[in-house]
Write a protein that binds this ligand. Structure first.
Ligand code: PSV
Ligand code: MN
Length: 392
């Protein structure tokens, strides 16, 4: 039976990477609702990330999105800006979807010059990673087609394989590549990296330091994500997560807001694997959420709190009792081992863990009282063309 020390040790190990883009104004394809305190520059985003880290104690790294955070793809003084705030820059996310030339694809474009341009951007992202001390290159491609007949699937697959191999070869030995999949959007007929199996095949083709990134919002309805996670773990191909939740698909909602039991079940697969293999997995836990309605820093703190709570619950599963129920074919008891752990109120435990680490026991309350949002709005509003504060 796991005890408090097991839970605390698990929480001590958990590091969650924050997305720089989660602090900026975002929206849907129908429009944006602007927030006075939303970040504009990388510096603002790091200020917000530092606030999340201040109250949670487990978010020292910030993922960057190359075109959104770096002008001319130059590192500049980004590393120093992060260090000054007690942070580090984390995964580097190239952007191969915004430029007009990528309308018909990036590394799978029929036009060789566009494929080359895309690869050059990936190679510059590797260099950027080297310059900012990042060891993760996190790849998501919008490549796909909207209509039957539009693309040659196998040819596109081969272009992907050779592009990823070239980029993998250029990475320093300390760098890992993550390959993210998504079944649709922005392409609506097929995407070139549509699911975990394709991502795993591409990662294998790229090289030994390429693994699969599971974005929890990137699945068709009804998909059993924890099964995928277990399968990838067993294959040694799981590299990282983008946490978020969804009701339909890729809704970028706060993790656990729709289905907390799902994130618990996913985390339990990792806990179970780590217990059985007696190792700590080299997996990047990252958030990929952009909140359109919630205040951004607050939503990020809520997210971290939820992941910690779900991990604590997963760590409370009595794995030995679960195994004997499995061996005995006792389906009800096996399920109850999970349900009981999930039903445990872990808030007092989390509070105690925070007290021991000198962290606020109510991170959201502490953040609200800190004046961070008011200060951010005061310094950022003047730099924005318009604000969400006025309905005129
Ligand atoms: C694509 O939907 C995605 O999940 C990729 O990870 C991108 O980098 C990110 O969203 C941008 O918000
Ligand atoms: Mn993602």
């Amino acid at each position: 039976m796991p005890d408090l020390d097991d839970v605390f040790a698990g929480l001590d190990r958990l590091r969650i990477e924050l997305p720089s883009w989660g602090f900026a104004d975002t929206g849907t394809r129908f429009g944006k609702y602007l927030q006075d305190a939303a970040a504009i520059t990388l510096e603002d985003k790091l200020d917000d990330a530092a606030e999340v880290h201040r109250v949670t104690g487990c978010c020292p790294r910030v993922a960057v999105h190359v075109l959104w955070d770096f002008e001319g793809e130059e590192a500049g003084d980004a590393t120093q800006m992060a260090t000054a705030r007690g942070l580090r820059l984390g995964s580097v996310n190239p952007n191969l979807f915004q430029h007009q030339c990528y309308r018909l694809g990036s590394v799978a474009n029929e036009d060789a010059s566009i494929r080359r341009r895309a690869i050059e951007h990936l190679l510059r992202s590797v260099e950027l990673g080297r310059a900012i001390g990042s060891d993760v290159l996190s790849l998501w491609f919008a490549d796909g087609t909207n209509y039957p007949g539009q693309g040659h699937f196998r040819r596109r697959k081969r272009w992907f394989e050779s592009a990823l191999r070239e980029v993998h070869d250029a990475m320093p030995a300390s760098m890992r590549m993550l390959v993210e999949y998504k079944p649709f959007e922005p392409a609506f007929y097929h995407t070139d990296v549509a699911d975990w199996g394709m991502a795993a095949a591409f990662a294998r083709a790229a090289g030994p330091r390429a693994k699969v990134l599971v974005d929890t919002g990137h699945h068709l309805l009804g998909q059993n994500i924890e099964h995928i996670v277990a399968f990838l773990l067993d294959e040694g191909m799981l590299g990282g997560f983008h946490f978020n939740d969804r009701h339909y698909a890729d809704d970028d909602l706060t993790v656990g807001s729709i289905d907390p039991y799902r994130i618990f079940r996913i985390l339990f697969e990792l806990v179970q694997f780590e217990r059985e293999s007696d190792q700590v997995l080299p997996i990047d836990y990252m958030i990929d959420q952009s909140h359109n309605l919630k205040p951004k820093v607050e939503a990020m703190i809520q997210t971290v709190d939820t992941v910690q709570a779900m991990l604590a619950k997963a760590l409370l599963v009595d794995v030995e009792a679960l195994e004997s129920a499995r061996r005995a074919g006792d389906v009800v008891d096996a399920e109850r081992r999970l349900a009981d752990a999930f039903a445990t109120d872990v808030r007092p435990m989390l509070g105690e863990w925070r007290r021991r680490h000198g962290l606020p026991t109510d991170p959201i309350g502490d953040h609200r009282a800190s004046g961070h949002v008011e200060r951010a709005a005061a310094t950022r509003l003047g730099r924005k063309p318009s604000s969400g504060g006025s309905y005129a």
